[in-house]
Each structure stands twice: as structure tokens, then as C-alpha cells.
Design a protein around this ligand. Structure first.
Ligand SMILES: Cc1cc2nc3c(=O)[nH]c(=O)nc-3n(C[C@H](O)[C@H](O)[C@H](O)COP(=O)(O)OP(=O)(O)OC[C@H]3O[C@@H](n4cnc5c(N)ncnc54)[C@H](O)[C@@H]3O)c2cc1C
Ligand code: SF4
Length: 461
């Protein structure tokens, strides 16, 4: 074995997986996990841990995997993370723990994410569940939203003995984990549901189909329902559009709508109650993880798919692994290309997209080289579907109906970084609702800090 190289992980063949929604990555088996764990130097001053936003004791859990004690490995991870099977699959490890791993200086870093996933999957398959605290302290806390921020905050508070209820607008718990990230990256029934069930075993109650600020307001939660603190983890689900002509045509989707219809409403299944028009020629505008997910979903529904992105490959914001998988599956990348108009037929449906070629000029405020139009480079792509994946912002529903809850100019809730404390007494917030669209692990970190802030607040009340 070459200790400088990662133990390769098995994946579905690209040609096969391009036609199904099964998980792409098959994960390590026992021998592979042990062999990968053996590569770890178990550093005393472990840099990997410093790169993990929730500070998982990485060298110690890897040591337990190497020793064949997966239960202990799971316990070590669970001290700091309530969603390891999810993080092991979707965290950007290359820029976090693995990005700091000293093995990566001369060779390839340890596959920390794949080992985390291995341990969490082992725990699920072997029926290991978290223990409910023996008593509660009788104090009620409401959590709004069941994404990673809300789930983590709820779990941490339940472990401290609080009576926690999560209010979720959709009919299933999980936030982006169930409605955004597709099945082929994150299986819903096995992985996400199981981690949500584990929280329920800690005593957390989840009420779905409750839109806070419509079904019930935050003030009513305090005054009529007896909650003593509230955590807002309502995410950033409001899509952005380009504002170009033709964007209102039939066949133009936001990535959020397209993915929600597929992942949550199961539009991809034959006989679905809410089927989606299956495009044959689809363009996804944008270059982030969400764009890759939308493109790879459209491909699996049978389309020829283009990613249209105005900068070059180097600036693509999506994880390198996602871009690599998308290319392997046959997604066509139209880089340095910007749409200027959606072309619409006489019945109001998309028939194409006019684009212009771009080149990179001087760096802009973000430090990235600004894309500028190449004169006379217009061309048309023949399409029947366009999916806009240009980012999202927090929905203003809660902030605009809750007195005393301040937001910044991007409509993000203003909250203290270390505690999640907002401008309204007893109300805490974290995750995408505060930062704008970010990552699962940062939302979890914010959920953890919010729980700590609430615990301090209620302990001193
Ligand atoms: C398609 C897609 C792919 C992604 N891929 C990755 C990835 O690979 N890796 C990664 O780390 N991150 C990824 N992200 C980002 C990541 O999923 C988010 O940063 C993270 O989910 C944010 O967590 P959250 O808990 O703040 O919000 P969310 O996950 O958005 O959850 C918020 C929840 O609040 C609910 N809600 C909103 N308003 C109300 C209300 N008024 N009342 C009750 N409930 C309400 C929503 O229905 C939702 O369930 C991806 C995002 C998307 C959209
Ligand atoms: S930095 Fe790398 S080698 Fe060192 S303990 Fe962490 S994972 Fe192991």
C-alpha cells in the first residue's frame, strides 16, 4: 500500500449512475476503512481538528477505527456532531479538515469524510442510538426550521434537558438535506431520516406543516404556548433571478423549485402526484454545488445538460468532487459564457437561450477576475428548460412580521456570532438565515452556539 495515497473509494460506474438516482459513492468497507485509518499519523497537535468547524476529535476517532472499535469511534464523533452520516457525505472536507491534514503536505490527505461516513453508517446498521436524558428541566424552547442549524440546536438543548419543539414549514424534516441535496448524493430514507429519528429519540418533538409567522407568530409562541426561548434556523430559501428578458417563460425554474419538486415531491418517480416536465435540452445557469445538483438531476431525467457559467473553471464555486462527477456523467460545461435572453416560442415556452462569450479582466471586489463580454460573440443554445442557480437569500417572512428582530441589508437576521443572540429578547438565530447561503457544517456550528447561548440565557433568567 502506498501510504501517500488515499485508499480509493468505490463508486457507481458513471454510465450506469447517470441513469439512476442511487447513491454515487458506495463508501468504504471494513478493510478499506482500517487501511485508510492506518495512514493517519494520530498527530498530537492535530491540524485536521482545527479545520473542523465543530472540532470533532478526528485523530481519536480514526484511532478507534484502526483498532476496530467502531462504537467508540461513533461515540467520539457524537460528542461534537449530531449529523455525522450527513457531514461525512456533503461537507467540503477539502477546504476544512482534509485541507489542513499534515499527510496532505507531501501526499494525499486522510479521507476523513469517508471515514466519518463509514463510522456513522456502521452505527446505523448496528442499531446504535443516542440515549435520552433521564429528566427534563421543564423549560420549553421552540426551534423554527428543521435544517442542520435547527436540528443541531434542538439536539444540543435536548441533551441539556430542555423540552424542545421544532416547527417546520414543509411536510418533512431536514431542510435542504431533504428538499435540496439530491438522493444520489444524500439518501433520504436511510441516512437523513435516521439522523432525524435519532433526534426524536433524544426527546425532540417535530411539528411539520407549521409556517411560523403565518400559522403562529414568535410572540404567540412566547405568550400563548409557554416557550421561554426561540431559535430561528429558517435558512435562505428565496431564489435569485438574472432579470433578463424571457425569464418568466414556461420551462424556466429556479434550482430550488426544480430540486424541491424532485427530491421532496419525488417528481422523478413514475406516477408521482406532482410530476415535472422532463426537459430534453436543459441549461443550468450558475457554477455552485446547487447548479451541479440541478444539472445532474436533469441528466438523470434523460436530458442533454449544459452548465452555463460566466467565469472559468478555476473560479467554479462548486466542490471539485462535484464538478468531477458531473463531467464524468456527461454534463457539458459552457464556461466563460453568460445568458442575455431566454428565447420564447409562440406558446410561451422556452425554445432557447441567447448567450455571449466572456473573458476575464481585472479582479473585482471579490478578488476574482471580473468577466467581461467578448464583442460580437453572441450565440444561441437550443433548449426547452432553463434552471437558474444564482444563489438564494433568506425569506423575509419571519423578520418582517416579528417586532424587534433586526436584519441587515441582505435580509439576513442580525445575530451575535458566539451565541446567536438577536436583537429581540429570548430569540436566537443561526445558519443560512443569518449568514446567507453557506454550508451544512457552518449551520451546525451556529446551531450549537445558539443552543449554548439559549442555555446561558435561560440559566440566568
Ligand atoms: C441544492 C443544494 C445543495 C447543497 N449542497 C451542499 C453540500 O454539498 N455541502 C454543504 O455543506 N452544503 C450544501 N448546501 C448548503 C446547505 O445545505 C445549507 O447551507 C444548509 O442546509 C443551511 O442549513 P439551515 O439549517 O440554516 O437551513 P435549511 O437547511 O435551509 O433549513 C431551513 C428550514 O427552515 C424551514 N423554514 C423556513 N421558514 C420557515 C417558517 N417560517 N416556519 C417554519 N419553518 C420554516 C425550511 O422549510 C427549511 O426546512 C447545499 C444547498 C443546496 C440548496
Ligand atoms: S492531521 Fe491528518 S494525519 Fe494528523 S491526525 Fe489529522 S487526519 Fe491524521
Amino acid at each position: 500500500m502506498d501510504v501517500m495515497k488515499k485508499v480509493p473509494v468505490r463508486e457507481q460506474d458513471p454510465k450506469v449512475r447517470a441513469t439512476n438516482f442511487e447513491e454515487v459513492c458506495l463508501g468504504y468497507n471494513d478493510e478499506e476503512a482500517k487501511a485508510e485509518a492506518e495512514r493517519c499519523l494520530k498527530c498530537k497537535n492535530a491540524q485536521c481538528r482545527k479545520g473542523c468547524p465543530v472540532s470533532i476529535n478526528i485523530p481519536e476517532f480514526i484511532r478507534s477505527v484502526q483498532e476496530g472499535d467502531n462504537k467508540k469511534a461513533y461515540e467520539i464523533i457524537s460528542e461534537d456532531s449530531a449529523l455525522p452520516a450527513i457531514c461525512g457525505r456533503v461537507c467540503p472536507q477539502e477546504s476544512q479538515c482534509e485541507g489542513k491534514c499534515v499527510r496532505g503536505v507531501k501526499g494525499e490527505p486522510i479521507s476523513i469524510g469517508k471515514l466519518e461516513r463509514y463510522v456513522a453508517d456502521w452505527a446505523r446498521e448496528n442499531g446504535i442510538v443516542p440515549e435520552k436524558p433521564a429528566t427534563t428541566n421543564g423549560k420549553k424552547v421552540a426551534v423554527i426550521g428543521s435544517g442542520p442549524a435547527g436540528l443541531t440546536c434542538a439536539g444540543e438543548l435536548a441533551k441539556l434537558g430542555y423540552e424542545v419543539t421544532i416547527f417546520e414549514a414543509l411536510h418533512e424534516a431536514g431542510g435542504v438535506l431533504v428538499y435540496g441535496i439530491p438522493e444520489f448524493r444524500l439518501p433520504k430514507e436511510t441516512v437523513v431520516k435516521n439522523e432525524v429519528e435519532n433526534l426524536k429519540k433524544l426527546g425532540v418533538k417535530i411539528e411539520t406543516n407549521v409556517i411560523v409567522s403565518k400559522s403562529v407568530t414568535i410572540d404567540e409562541l412566547f405568550e400563548e404556548e409557554g416557550f421561554e426561548a426561540v431559535f430561528i434556523g429558517s435558512g435562505a430559501g428565496l431564489p435569485k433571478f438574472m432579470g433578463i428578458p424571457g425569464e418568466q417563460a414556461n420551462g424556466v425554474f429556479s434550482a430550488n423549485e426544480y430540486l424541491t419538486r424532485n427530491n421532496l415531491m419525488k417528481a422523478f418517480r413514475e406516477g408521482s402526484d406532482t410530476p415535472i416536465a422532463r426537459g430534453q435540452r436543459v441549461a443550468v445557469v450558475g457554477g455552485g454545488n446547487v447548479a451541479m445538483d440541478a444539472a445532474r438531476t436533469a441528466l438523470r431525467l434523460g436530458a442533454k445538460v449544459y452548465i452555463v457559467y460566466r467565469r472559468s473553471e478555476e473560479e467554479l464555486p462548486a466542490r471539485a468532487e462535484e464538478v468531477h462527477h458531473a463531467k464524468e456523467e456527461g454534463i457539458i460545461f459552457e464556461l466563460l459564457t453568460n445568458p442575455t435572453e431566454i428565447l420564447v416560442d409562440e406558446n410561451g415556452w422556452v425554445k432557447g437561450m441567447r448567450c455571449v462569450r466572456m473573458e476575464l479582466g481585472e479582479p473585482d471586489a471579490s478578488g476574482r477576475r471580473r468577466p467581461v463580454e467578448v464583442p460580437n460573440s453572441e450565440f444561441d443554445l437550443e433548449l426547452d428548460t432553463v434552471i437558474m442557480s444564482l444563489g438564494t437569500s433568506p425569506n423575509p417572512l419571519i423578520s418582517s412580521t416579528t417586532k424587534g428582530l433586526d436584519v441587515n441589508k441582505h435580509r439576513c437576521i442580525i445575530a451575535e456570532e458566539e451565541t446567536g443572540k438577536t436583537t429581540k429578547d429570548g430569540v436566537y438565530a443561526g445558519g443560512d438565515a443569518v449568514t446567507g447561503a453557506a454550508t451544512v457544517i457552518l449551520a451546525m456550528e451556529a446551531g450549537k452556539k445558539g443552543a449554548k447561548g439559549i442555555h446561558e440565557y435561560l440559566s440566568n433568567k
